[in-house]
Write a protein that binds this ligand. Structure first.
Ligand code: XIL
Length: 700
């Protein structure tokens, strides 16, 4: 080793340190293969030392004390007794324990005190900022008894400014005494997002914007990066609802909605506004009469309710008039079990159809640049779909300014089928309305009694096929569909964790560590990289994805359980009416292309790989029906993924053939696009010549 006194030695040492630190950066950026990271526990409370371990009462009268009466483990627990209100209970300050933007798992064992029988408990957090308190549930109402211990587990991310932050346990109602024990607070270390996989928004650039419903946690750190990389539209999952924006009459709160809109602006994303009118998440005051009593159906109450509705839409819609491009003006107003198809919400019982008419009229005035939507779930169910159709037809005939129908598309691994989804869209086309997919997710469950803590491989495969079937339909109807939005960003946080029952669900394209799932690969029309390599025609010629792709792109083993190999194999038969019309190309029967143009753009390049997007334009007078685009790489590049196409490579010669749905290229300027990932080293020259079905194309 060089000594520090020698000049040359110092230089060598400096070089060595530089090399080591460069190495450290590289090592730090390489996630462990398979990275099934273990949770990190930051706090536990077992009460075995005989103290309250910093848990304290929330109120002023209840008693929070160490107890030897019962214990979940060991011999002690924490007992809360002498409660005089349901919110009384044990609380623990966590302000300096949690990191903003990190999602923690909160777990505690609970039990009713002897003789208390059965009690409903919940776990919540209280955060305060500059004197204003907010309360959010971490674990919904859970029944616990005095006969045994019950675990309450849930996740929460502190994403707002806070000068006070604490977790607490309370009863839903009543003042029963209860024990808690073995509290723990842990988090899963976040993985870096995969930066060199295709961005959804790029893959679908020619089709429709791709959106995600988010809260503030999804704007931060890795989740914010994932959101910005893949999505060009965003919906506030809760932040623009009535309970969030006007909790008290005339008092408007926009903190979270503003943060989401600011993120969208900064990242050039569209914003979908959700929602002005719903029967849920509407504060009780909205439906109270002038005396503070629940409204009955009188003329005075109808006037009052419509005035509140108008004031609300003027305020919220006006604030975001420059930002929101589509509003879900009314949400879930259909009930197919009513003969008139109208949900008997308080909105309806007090105002009839006028709340819908008023909402659209006011929204148009105050947000003239936004498209106005009626949004609902189960619109693939014929009875509901048809009732919705009738209502939209009636409202349009009346001149109500309604621009579109939003299909929530909350589904599961086996439902709805491609065929149902197809007729869902087709039904509304004669009305001349825009259509948007507004809340899509695919539960891995088909019954309320199932529960998994990690998703079984076959469920993920079915999920990929389900998404694929839906996207085949969306692409077929891209002229009618103006936006496609997922209800969430990644499986780490989904509303399905507590609906319809509390259990972990995995309904989205990215897993709990934000890595691409089989469903992601199916949606972009690429083979999912697996341990055995992609099942593409060139699998033997091409290196395995993990060998050729940059480290951060290698999916975790757990996330890629060999799903739908080739796009065509995974398509549900019901989806076939659409794209199967376009025949696959056959090299021998190549029609002449007479004037093709190819634009080849490297959109992203890193040290070992690159991503390219290719647009083929058919300038000739004849339509192309099925195509194969060929080129020769000059510098040893090897394609290892493609989307919106199938690839094959033999030596330096690459052949890309159309996907099932983009085989037809219209005459006189029609286009087809696809993209691919490839390895490279040294030089990455663009191919000099392209042929389409044998005919040479013009570049650029
Ligand atoms: C859900 C949110 O995602 C949850 O966080 C909230 O607790 C309940 O509402 N249909 C809708 C959405 O229109 O507003 C709902 O969002 C999901 C179902």
């Amino acid at each position: 080793m060089p000594t520090l006194s020698s000049r040359a030695g110092r230089a060598t040492l400096a070089l060595l340190m530089l090399t080591l630190s460069a190495l450290a950066i590289v090592v730090a950026s390489i996630p462990t293969p398979g990275r099934a990271a273990d949770p990190v526990t930051v706090l536990t409370s077992d009460f075995e030392d005989g103290t309250g371990q910093s848990w304290a009462r929330r109120g002023t009268v209840e008693v929070v004390e160490n107890s030897t009466a019962v214990a979940h483990a060991g011999s002690r627990s924490l007992l809360t007794s002498g409660r005089t209100a349901s919110w009384n209970g044990p609380s623990r300050d966590l302000l300096s324990t949690v990191t903003r933007g990190t999602r923690y798992t909160y777990s505690v064992w609970a039990r009713a005190a002897a003789g208390a029988g059965s009690v409903q408990l919940r776990m919540s957090v209280e955060r305060r900022w500059q004197g204003t308190a907010s309360y959010e549930q971490v674990v919904n109402s859970t029944t616990v008894t005095d006969g045994g211990w019950t675990q309450l587990t849930g996740g929460y991310t502190l994403a707002n400014d806070a000068d006070f932050f604490a977790v607490y346990v309370e009863t839903v109602s009543g003042t029963a005494s209860f024990h808690i024990d073995d509290f723990s607070l842990s988090y899963l270390p976040p993985s870096p997002i995969q930066t060199d996989i295709p961005s959804l928004k790029t893959v679908f650039a020619g089709d429709f914007p791709i959106g995600a419903a988010v809260g503030r946690p999804q704007l931060l750190a890795e989740r914010g990066q994932l959101l910005a990389k893949h999505f060009n539209s965003v919906t506030a999952g809760n932040a623009m609802k009535w309970d969030a924006t006007e909790p008290t009459e005339g008092v408007f709160t926009y903190t979270d909605a503003d943060a989401i809109v600011a993120f969208a602006r900064a990242n050039g994303m569209k914003v979908r506004g959700h929602t002005f009118v719903w029967h849920n998440q509407t504060p009780a005051w909205v439906f109270n009469d002038a005396n503070g009593q629940p409204m009955t159906a009188t003329a005075a109450n109808k006037t009052l309710l419509l005035a509140r509705l108008e004031a609300h839409i003027r305020a919220v819609g006006g604030r975001y008039a420059d930002d929101v491009s589509a509003w879900d003006v009314v949400n879930e107003v259909i009930d197919e079990n009513q003969s008139d198809g109208l949900r008997r919400s308080t909105w309806y019982t007090i105002t009839g159809l006028d709340y819908i008419r008023t909402a659209f009229r006011v929204a148009r005035q105050v947000a003239p640049n936004a498209k106005l939507f009626i949004n609902d779930y189960n619109t693939n169910v014929a009875a509901k779909r048809d009732k919705l159709y009738n209502l939209v037809a009636q409202l349009k005939a009346e001149g109500v300014p309604i621009d579109g129908v939003g299909h929530q598309q909350h589904g599961n691994i086996s439902w709805p089928t491609g065929a149902e989804t197809d007729s869902m869209i087709a039904t509304f086309i004669p009305l001349g309305v825009e259509q948007q997919i507004t809340e899509m997710d695919t539960s891995i469950y088909t019954s309320s009694s199932e529960s998994f803590t990690t998703p079984p491989a076959d469920r993920l495969t079915s999920q990929a096929a389900r998404y694929k079937a839906w996207f085949d339909v969306y692409r077929k109807y891209k002229a009618n569909i103006t936006s496609v939005t997922f209800w969430g960003l990644a499986d780490d946080e989904t509303w399905l964790d507590s609906y319809p029952v509390s259990r972990k669900d995995f309904p989205l394209l990215f897993d709990v560590q934000l890595q691409a799932k089989p469903a992601y690969w199916a949606v972009i029309g690429a083979a999912s990289p697996t341990a055995s390599g992609p099942a593409s025609p060139s699998a033997s010629a091409a290196p395995s994805p993990s060998a050729s792709r940059s480290p951060s792109a290698s999916p975790s083993a757990s996330a890629s359980p060999s799903p739908s190999p080739s796009p065509s194999a995974s398509r549900s038969p019901s989806a076939s009416p659409s794209p199967s019309a376009s025949p696959s190309p056959s090299a021998s029967a190549s029609p002449s292309t007479g004037g093709c143009r190819v634009k080849y753009t490297v959109t992203n390049q890193w040290n070992t790989g690159f991503q390219a997007d290719v647009v083929i334009t058919n300038g000739g007078p004849a339509a192309v029906n099925g195509w194969a685009l060929r080129w020769t790489f000059a510098n040893g590049q090897v394609v290892n993924q493609s989307w919106s196409s199938t690839y094959a490579q033999s030596g330096a010669n690459v052949t890309i053939t159309n996907a099932a749905w983009n085989g037809a290229i219209a005459a006189n300027g029609g286009t087809a696009s696809f993209g691919f990932l490839s390895s490279w080293s040294g030089t990455n020259a663009k191919p000099a010549t392209f042929t389409l079905n044998g005919a040479t194309c013009v570049l650029g």
